[in-house]
Design a protein around this ligand. Structure first.
Ligand code: ADP
Length: 532
């Protein structure tokens, strides 16, 4: 219709162009593996990203070509990121913590032409290269990178292509089957950036100093590579060191106001602060996600350090942020103590995406806060399938993506994850949340780590079994753990057995690897007494 608004493609180069032009002197501060600091600005990084684009073009890299990176969060990684997406190449982040054979599979599947990597990854990459024939060149994120772009012009036309062009590729760690590629588009990442900037989401602003602890190779770095420059926040990139002391030092010296990371990182920081009596003098808010946030963490941040915890939920396939545990008007009017129950939930939907609960037959389930169902999401920032059609169709008839998570939604729209679909225990036609039982069990003073898995049962199909790794020097019995759980959960949720193990394996993103645990327990049989 005549007079309709300008039709300008939402391409990601516009974000860094904006940052360079309007927040050009805002800093990007990086620390490398040796602890050396680098200070640059959005204007300078923009310039070097253009040089990267020209250096890529000189190697024949163009639209749609996959350029891989394997690196911790640092300014060169940031420049490579924008240099690749600016010319329509696909920035493919590799997770160095995966098994080498998985990484080789991923490089070959993506047909990466180039790898830009941290020097610390050299032994791993050299081991992989003979198996990866598509890789033409490796460039190291040190002086090698600087030399590669040196002399390249700082002029380069970016964008000018369809907003539906692919921009990023990130493989899920593949807890079932081979890793699968999630392909982000310019439009999807641009929209995700705007969505996460809402006041009721990450609420970043030009006044923030953002510490991006979430690795750039994991789940699209929660979109912060786009959202921080979009608002001109100062960006702090911590490199490989994520221990409590290193994170604390960066927060204090750089005046960090906001940060995002998984619970394990925050646990290390809080332990360090407790040991040293350290303070958090500038930090105001943290977003925590990737796995459920423990209540004690929210309390400690709030009561001891005056930091507000915002829980977020999402996954690689959802760009990732989809829900946030921020109070609505009704919850905000409640006491701090009552609000805590809502902060423990994964939260309410961000405008731009939609959610529903479904049973195994695909029927929609009620939002009563009690009924468990498969969590389904839909929207322009949600995967429609996987790269190269891997894993087949993943959408239901209404176009909702099956997240593989099981959750409840209460009448006010607060979603709470109860389990992953493949871990939920189906006992006599009802579902038992393995996560809820293990979270309670790990509260036992002798427990270091707990996991609950389902094992076959002749009458109930599956029954829960609790696996416990004790803290060093601690002793406890099966009966101790069952007595500890008694009264805290429904009788029929009580594990049929408790097995003490030396090790509970964690996957590449720090979560309990239940697939491996189930393999290890393949020969396990329930005690005869429990089979009736
Ligand atoms: P991976 O699948 O390799 O673990 P993702 O980062 O994509 O990598 O993981 C997404 C999954 O993490 C979600 O499907 C969900 O099960 C879990 N998750 C993410 N955020 C939360 C949260 N706040 N609470 C509980 N589980 C979460």
């Amino acid at each position: 219709m005549q007079g309709l608004m300008q039709d300008i493609p939402l391409t990601l180069d516009r974000i860094i162009d904006h940052a360079a032009r309007w927040h050009g002197d805002r800093e990007i501060v990086s620390r490398d593996a040796e602890g050396r600091m680098n200070r640059t600005t959005y204007a300078a990084a923009h310039l070097r990203a253009k040089q990267v684009s020209n250096a890529l073009r000189a190697l024949g890299v163009g639209m749609g070509d996959r350029v891989a990176t394997m690196g911790w969060n640092g300014y060169r990684h940031f420049e490579a990121w924008y240099g690749a997406v600016g010319i329509g190449a696909v920035l493919h982040t590799l997770n160095p913590r995966l098994f080498p054979e998985q990484i080789a599979y991923i490089i070959n599947h993506a047909e990466d032409r180039l790898i830009l990597a941290d020097p610390a990854c050299r032994p791993l990459i050299e081991q992989l290269l003979p198996q990866c024939p598509t890789v033409e060149r490796v460039i190291w994120f040190d002086e090698d990178f600087d030399a590669w772009i040196a002399g390249q012009p700082a002029e380069c036309a970016w964008g000018g292509f369809d907003e539906r062009t692919a921009a990023g590729l990130c493989y899920t760690s593949g807890t079932t089957g081979n890793p699968k590629g999630v392909l982000y588009g310019h439009r999807s990442n641009y929209l995700h950036c705007l969505m996460t900037l809402q006041a009721d989401a990450l609420a970043l602003s030009a006044r923030d100093t953002v510490l991006l602890v979430t690795p750039m190779y994991h789940a699209n770095a929660w979109g912060v590579v786009y959202s921080a420059p979009a608002v001109g926040a100062k960006l702090v990139l911590p490199g490989q060191r994520m221990d409590g002391a290193s994170v604390h030092e960066l927060i204090e010296t750089e005046g960090v106001t906001y940060s995002a990371a998984v619970p394990t990182v925050w646990q290390m920081l809080l332990t360090h602060l407790k040991e040293t009596g350290g303070k958090l003098s500038t930090l105001q808010r943290v977003t925590i996600g990737g796995s459920a946030v423990p209540e004690s963490m929210i309390r400690t941040f709030r009561d001891d350090y005056g930091v507000d915890v915002i829980q977020g939920w999402g996954m690689t396939e959802t760009s990732p942020l989809a829900t946030v545990s921020i109070p609505d008007a009704r919850v905000a009017a409640l006491s701090d103590e009552t609000q805590l129950a809502y902060k423990l939930k994964q939260g309410r939907l961000i405008c731009g995406v939609d959610l529903k609960l479904a049973d195994d037959a695909g029927r929609t389930l009620p939002h009563d806060g009690k009924t468990f169902g498969r969590l389904m999401v839909k929207g322009p920032t949600i995967a429609s399938g996987y790269f190269r059609g891997e894993g087949g169709a993943v959408l239901d008839a209404e176009g909702f993506f099956d997240t593989g998570d099981v959750s409840t939604i209460d009448p006010h729209g607060y979603m709470q994850i109860t389990d992953r679909a493949k871990d939920v225990i189906k006992s006599g036609g009802e579902w038992i949340s393995s996560i809820e039982v293990e979270n309670l069990a790990v509260g036992h003073p002798a427990a270091e780590l707990c996991a609950v898995i389902g094992v076959a049962h002749p009458k109930w199909d599956e029954r829960p079994v609790l696996l416990v790794k004790l803290k060093p020097g601690q002793d406890a019995t099966r009966e101790d753990f069952l007595a500890f759980l008694d009264g805290k959960i429904a009788r029929w949720w009580t594990p049929d057995d408790v097995v003490f193990v030396d090790d509970i394996p964690l996957g590449a993103t720090g979560k309990i690897d239940k697939k491996l645990l189930r393999q290890r327990m393949a020969d396990y049989r329930l005690p005869e007494s429990e089979k009736a």
